[in-house]
Design a binder for this molecule. Structure first.
Ligand code: 8IG
Length: 272
C-alpha cells in the first residue's frame, strides 16, 4: 500500500507542497470541491491561473466516473483586501469506488495543509424532501451518516455540533435569501436507495441523499477548517415521483443549474 494509507496526513502535506510548487503560491485560502454536475459552475469563477491533473499531485487517484473531473485548478479571486487564492478540485473520489476512505478525504486534507481555512463542498444529490424541485440548490445544515465509515482513526473525538458553519451559511443566505437548508444523508452506493430506504430516511429527518461530502466535511473540520456544504438536487429520490433514477439526468440537471451556482460561488467565496 502507498503512503496515502499508512500516512494520510504526511501525504497531504507532500501534496500541498507540490501544489505550492505548481502554482507558485505559498498558500491557498479557500478550497472548493466541485461534485458531479458542478464542474461547469467552476467556469463562472473566471480564468484559473493554473490547472493540472490531480494525478500530478501525490496521493490522488485517477477519476473513474463520467462527469467527475480529476482536475485541480488555482484561481486568484478578487477579495475585499487583496487576492484570494482558491484551490478548486473538479471531481472527487467516492467511498463506493472501494479504495477505502483515505482517497475520499485526501483532497480536503491537502487543501487544509495548503493553508485553506474554509472548505466548500458541493455535490449533486437526490431530494427526499417533497418540497424540493430538481435544479434547486440546498445548503447543508447537518448530516446523517449511514455508512458507518469515518475518515478519523484513533481517539480523535471531535465535536461536530457545528460541522456546517453557521457563520458561512449566514453569509451565503445574505447573497441568496431564497436558499433552503436541509439535512444530508450519506449513502455508500453505488446502488441508489430503494423507495423503502428513502421513506426510512425521511422519517429520520433527512432532506437530501447522496454518496459524498460527509467524510470530507468531517476530515476538514477535524483539521480545523470551516465547512460549507451545498447540494444541488438533481433528481427526486427513489419513490418520490415514481420515475427511475439515471446518471444522465443528474449530469443534465447540473449543467442547467451551473450558471446560477457559479455566480453564487463567485460572490460568496471572496467573503469567506
Ligand atoms: I446525483 O438519489 C444523486 N446522488 N444516494 N441517491 C443517492 N445519491 C445520489 C442520488 C440519489 N442522486
Amino acid at each position: 500500500m502507498s503512503d496515502l494509507y499508512t500516512d494520510p496526513l504526511g501525504t497531504a502535506t507532500l501534496a500541498a507542497k507540490k501544489i505550492s510548487e505548481l502554482t507558485g503560491k505559498n498558500s491557498h485560502h479557500v478550497a472548493l470541491v466541485m461534485g458531479s454536475g458542478w464542474i461547469s459552475a467552476a467556469d463562472s469563477l473566471g480564468t484559473p491561473t493554473h490547472e493540472f491533473a490531480a494525478t500530478d499531485v501525490p496521493g490522488f487517484l485517477p477519476p473513474t466516473v463520467v462527469g467527475h473531473g480529476g482536475v485541480i485548478r488555482s484561481y486568484d479571486l478578487v477579495g475585499p483586501s487583496g487576492p484570494i487564492h482558491a484551490l478548486v478540485f473538479l471531481g472527487r473520489t467516492h467511498l463506493y469506488e472501494g479504495k477505502g476512505i483515505e482517497p475520499v478525504v485526501h483532497g480536503v486534507r491537502t487543501a487544509v495543509k495548503a493553508g485553506c481555512k474554509v472548505v466548500v463542498l458541493t455535490n449533486a444529490c437526490g431530494g427526499i424532501n417533497r418540497g424540493y424541485t430538481v435544479g434547486q440548490p440546498v445548503l447543508i445544515r447537518d448530516h446523517i451518516s449511514l455508512t458507518g465509515v469515518s475518515p478519523l482513526i484513533g481517539a480523535d473525538f471531535v465535536d461536530v455540533t457545528d460541522l456546517y458553519s453557521k457563520r458561512i451559511r449566514a453569509i451565503v443566505k445574505k447573497e441568496d435569501p431564497s436558499l433552503s437548508e436541509g439535512v444530508y444523508v450519506h449513502w455508500r452506493g453505488p446502488a441508489y436507495e430503494t423507495p423503502a430506504e428513502i421513506s426510512m430516511m425521511r422519517t429520520m429527518g433527512a432532506d437530501l441523499v447522496g454518496m459524498s461530502t460527509v467524510p470530507e466535511a468531517i476530515a476538514a473540520h477535524a483539521l480545523g477548517a470551516e465547512v460549507l456544504g451545498i447540494s444541488l438536487v438533481t433528481n427526486a429520490a427513489a419513490g418520490v415521483t415514481g420515475e427511475k433514477l439515471s446518471h444522465e439526468e443528474v449530469i443534465a440537471a447540473g449543467k442547467a443549474a451551473a450558471g446560477r451556482m457559479g455566480e453564487l460561488l463567485g460572490k460568496v467565496l471572496p467573503q469567506l
